[in-house]
Design a protein around this ligand. Structure first.
Ligand code: NAI
Length: 338
């Protein structure tokens, strides 16, 4: 199959040349798994992002339709679709940012780890493509279990000799988005005014909201802390159960993924003070990967912030999180080295 250039003709070339000459700002972004539940709304929202000049949509099914549809939006980014493994390299060549929501989602009763067997292989293959075609790209991993797929990606990049830990980020933004929403609900605030750091990882007890560090400063009763922590940790399962077999969070995830990707692009552009939570290679704990607040810049992760003061409840949560996280990281590394 030839690549699907949904916006053919000289006008597209002229626009690209203009951008290449510095006429228009913009980054080249690829979405791998772009025809899926997350991929489609994510593609739509990225097409609306003024920092994106070229948007490549890759999947193993249905990209022609999604690409044709999205390309009719009258926003700046040029959209191209790529279908199937033989077009993966073309989809990735020259990209500044690669977002990976490819893989299967949970059904009721499943944990994120139940997805490991299928998604581990998908992420490995896609990261091999990245190593070859855009080794300097920032990579945002959404595919679950993030606690294992990020270590898999790191191993693939190491094997290819291109690993730069600053450029590999597991997307935990949805946990922050949920935490902001649920905390705002309890406090009676506008969620846009609330910022909750969520650290650890992206599954069950590894999701550790630091309610003692919420901005604006506030306090919670023991019951509120228990309720909020549990709801944030089980937010994904709440959606999986409500969808009753039709998948997991897709719309709120696409929103969170774009919020995070936009932060990465603002960092690449050189904006100051871009700080978000992400699951990254880290020395904040004894584990090789951990989610904390990080500062994003031209090279990706440019600063990793420490956990800050934790209360007793959070210290106990941290121990539980680390125990589970250690196993998930080890599982990813073992898979990739096998
Ligand atoms: P979906 O099944 O609707 O879409 C996945 C897409 O990936 C499909 O279009 C499929 O064709 C594509 N795909 C499968 N194999 C591929 C390959 N080898 N190369 C490229 N594309 C491939 O699933 P959905 O709901 O979009 O979820 C995607 C992933 O995101 C799941 O693993 C899910 O668990 C995860 N997720 C992560 C969250 C997070 O906070 N990090 C939150 C919600 C979901």
């Amino acid at each position: 199959n030839p690549p699907i250039h949904s916006q053919e003709g000289t006008s597209v070339l002229m626009r690209e040349n203009c951008r290449a000459k510095g006429g228009l700002p913009g980054f080249k972004v690829a979405i791998l798994g772009a025809a899926g539940g997350i991929g489609q709304p994510l593609a739509m929202l990225m097409k609306m992002n003024p920092l994106v000049s070229v948007l490549h949509l890759y999947d193993v099914v249905n990209t022609p339709g999604v690409t044709s549809d999205i390309s009719h939006m009258d926003t700046g980014a040029v959209v191209r679709g790529f279908l199937g493994k033989e077009q993966l390299e073309e989809a990735l060549t020259g990209m500044d940012l690669v977002i990976i929501p490819a893989g299967v989602p949970r059904k009721p009763g499943m944990t994120r780890d139940d997805l490991f067997n299928i998604n581990a292989g998908i992420v490995k293959t896609l990261c091999e493509g990245i190593s070859k075609c855009c080794p300097k790209a920032i990579v945002n991993v959404i595919s679950n279990p993030v606690n294992s797929t990020v270590p898999i990606a790191a191993e693939v990049f190491k094997k290819a000799g291109i690993y730069d830990p600053r450029r590999l980020l597991g997307v935990t933004m949805l946990d922050v988005v949920r935490a902001n929403t649920f905390v705002a609900e309890v406090l009676g605030l506008d969620p846009r005014e609330v910022n909750v750091p969520v650290v650890g990882g992206h599954a069950g007890v590894t999701i550790l909201p630091l309610l003692s560090q919420v901005k604006p400063p506030c306090s919670f009763t023991a019951e509120e802390t228990e309720y909020l922590t549990s709801r944030i940790q089980n937010g994904g399962t709440e959606v999986v159960e409500a969808k009753a077999g039709a998948g997991s969070a897709t719309l709120s995830m696409a929103y969170a993924a774009v919020k995070f990707a936009d932060a990465c692009l603002r960092g690449l552009r050189g904006d100051a003070g871009v700080v978000e939570c992400a699951f990254v290679s880290s020395q904040v704990t004894e584990l090789p990967f951990f989610a904390t607040r990080v500062r994003l810049g031209r090279k990706g992760v440019e600063e990793i912030f420490p956990l800050g003061p934790l209360n007793e409840y959070e210290r106990a949560g941290l121990e539980k999180a680390k125990k589970e996280l250690a196993g998930s990281i080890e599982k990813g590394v073992a898979f990739a080295r096998k």
